[in-house]
Write a protein that binds this ligand. Sequence first.
Ligand code: DOR
Ligand code: ZN
Length: 354
Amino acid sequence: MPIETFEIPRPDNMHVHFRGMSGLLRLAAPLTASVFRRAIVMPNVPQIRTADDLVNYRRDIESVTEGADFEPLMTLMLTEETTPEMIREAHAVGCSAVKLYPKGVTTASQHGVADVMKCEPAFGAIADCGMLLLVHPEKPGEFVLYRERMYLDMVRWIMAHVPDLRVVLEHISTFTSSRMVQDGPQNLAATITPMHLHGDLDMVLGDGLRPHNFCYPVLKTPEDRRELIRLALSGHPRVFAGTDSAPHVRGAKESPCGCAGVFCDPVAIPVYAAVFEQHSELANGSSWRDRIRAFLSENGADFYGLPRNEGTMRLGRASWSVPGVYVDDDGKEVVPFLAGETLEWQITERDDHA
Ligand code: DOR
Ligand code: ZN
C-alpha cells in the first residue's frame, strides 16, 4: 500500500531569488515563506555588493513576510572589487554566504567574476569568517551544455588554495558534478532544484519551445538527470534542496531572447515528493520519506552549521491543479513551473511550533 501522508520538520530552501522591492517581491517572498522556514536569498537581483545593500534588502524582505515564521538568510555578491574588509562587514551584519557568479553566465551577472584569482584574498576572508562560498558553476563563453563541466576545475583551484573554505556547487545539472560532490571532501556540498530532478532538456526543447522551463544551468540529458536523482535519493549528507525559484514577468520569458529562471516555489515540495516516491528503489535500504526529510530539512542546516528547524510540515497524497498564472499587485503576470498541471502531493498542514 502506498503511504497517503507523512510529516517532516519544516524545510529549508538553500537557494532562492526574490527580486527587489516590487510586486514580484511581494508575490514571491510570502509564497516561499509560507512553505520554507528559512531560505538562502540570492544577491543578483537586486545586486547585494555591500553590507548596507544586504541590510536594506533584508529589511524589504522582512517587511513583505511579516507575520510568517520565516527567516531570510542573506548573501553577498562577489565581484573582483570585493575586499576582505567588505566580507567582514557583511559577516558582521549577519551575512550567511558569498555568491560567485562567473561574469556573464546568467541573469544580472555582468558584475560577476572574470578572473577568479583576483578573489583569493576574499576567499580567505570568507573562510576566516566561517561563511560559505556558493558557486554558480558555469564557464562563460563555452557551449551551453558543457559550461558546468568546464567550470569544475576552477572550483577545484579555489578549494586547493583555500582548503578550509566550505563550498556549495549550486543547482548541479550534470553527472560530473554529482560525482564530484559524492566523492568530494567534507567541505564540498551541492544543491539540486526540482526542475533538474523532474525533467531533462526535452522539457525545454523537445516538444515545442517552453520558455517557462528555461533556466541556467539548462536541463541536461536523461543520463545526467538519472544521476542527480540517484544522488538525491542516496542520502548523501552534503546534498540538499535549493529550488532556484526565480520569478520573471511573463513578457520577459515569452520573448525572442527570454530570461533564464523558473518560478518553482509554488510547486517545489510536491515535485520533490513525487520524484522521491517514483524513485524509491534508489533509497537503498531506507525509505524515500527518510531520504526526503534529510534532503529538505536536515542536510542543508547541518552543512551551514545552523540548528535544525522546529515545527513540522505534513504532506498528503491529494491531487491539485497548479495555477496557470500568478498576478502580482502591480498587475504583472508570472507563470509558475508546471502551470496548469495536476500534481499528486500537496502540503496539507503546517505546525510552526512543534
Ligand atoms: O535560471 C536562472 N535564473 N539561473 C540563475 O543563475 C539566475 C536566475 C535568475 O536570477 O533569474
Ligand atoms: Zn539561482
